[in-house]
Design a protein around this ligand. Sequence first.
Ligand code: HEM
Length: 195
Amino acid sequence: MVLQLHKRLMALAGVVMTGYLVFHMLANLSFFSESAFNSFYDFYNAGPIRWLVLIVMVAAIAIHVKAAIKIRKVNANARTVDYAKHDKFKIPALLVTLSVIFLLSFIVIHIIQSLLFDTSVLYSDVTALFQSPLMVLFYLAGLFVLTMHLSHSLANVLQTLGKTSVIYHGAVWAGVLALTGGFASIPLYIYFVMP
Ligand code: HEM
């Protein structure tokens, strides 16, 4: 019963975050037109919207992580003896844990960086951030782990809904790649193409 509640909370927070990610990626694509980027973020940063979005996102991340820890604990207590046979391509549990910790650190660092941006010169602050090859690599690594995390978790959601066909899974992969590819296009464009 408690486990079901945590699973539902985790999925709900996941849906909220995925919705935000689609919005954030589309908003960021305006970077390819400096005036469109400036008009959007001038509007976004003018009133309380930005802070409301930030509060909702931090709450969603906290709920998602707390529920994930709880579910893991309950599952670990229920299975004291390991499975005799694992999937051929099972990813080691430690790697999964490390990747999730990295993803969370990436998001926290990105939020701190976004708070340090000077909103009156946001376009040049974003451009300056991605002059650094280290930052480009850090963001690409974060986006890679996000791709894995989203495709895996959305596949699980499909499974729960009974949608197991290849077409659904292909659609999930295409959607996730469009999302993270859209994000990645900005640091790549700044580093490799911008004068
Ligand atoms: C290269 C990719 C990305 C770029 C260029 C980017 C850019 C930005 C910028 C410019 C802001 C500050 C907006 C403002 O001043 O109002 C921001 C905020 C934020 N970003 Fe990103 N972002 C990227 C990827 C991501 C990813 C992958 C996530 C989550 C997994 C994320 C989550 C957030 C959050 C939660 C905020 C604070 C709330 C907000 O201001 O909307 N971003 N990002």
